[in-house]
Each structure stands twice: as C-alpha cells, then as structure tokens.
Write a protein that binds this ligand. Sequence first.
Ligand code: SF4
Ligand code: SF4
Length: 90
Amino acid sequence: MREKVPGPTSKAGSIPTKMGSWSTVKPVLKGRCTFCLFCWIFCPEGAISQDEANKVVLFNYEECKGCGICAHECPTKAIKMAEPEPRGGE
Ligand code: SF4
Ligand code: SF4
C-alpha cells in the first residue's frame, strides 16, 4: 500500500474544503517532477500528498479548489491546469 503524506496546510488544521465537482480546472502532472515538494508546501488546501515510495505528488481533487498556485510555483512547470472532462448529457 502506498503511503500518502498530506500537505502541511491540512496538518496545520485548516478547515477541510470539499470541492467535489465545483472546480473549473484541475492540476495534472504532465512534465518532469523532481519531487521538490514546492507544490505540496504552497497548496492552501492541503490537497497535495506525497507518494514517498514513487517520488511523486498526488492531487486530491475532492479538496482542490483549482487555484493554480501549485502550477505557478512548480520550478519545472510539471503541473498543467486542465479543463475537466465534459460530462455526457449536459
Ligand atoms: S490548484 Fe490550488 S488547491 Fe488545487 S492542488 Fe493546486 S494549489 Fe492546491
Ligand atoms: S513543484 Fe513541481 S517538481 Fe516540485 S514536487 Fe511539485 S510537481 Fe514535482
């Protein structure tokens, strides 16, 4: 089982924000991640976890508000903000 280390904001006791499907954009890992953890530190929602075993960050889309701070702070520009998948029948 992969251990997920939650971000410092969530550890500091911020009020959890369940965004569900309300976010209009979401962060996606597209480029080279050096596991520097800048995004993990800067995320105001604690929505980024560390996957220590695989040296990669994970996004919790239930808590992500789509602010894009992680993408802005990433030194290798590995994070892209993507439009959500279109939903059928809407
Ligand atoms: S978009 Fe904002 S809330 Fe979502 S993971 Fe990035 S920094 Fe956190
Ligand atoms: S800031 Fe970018 S390079 Fe650093 S851990 Fe996050 S995604 Fe990876």
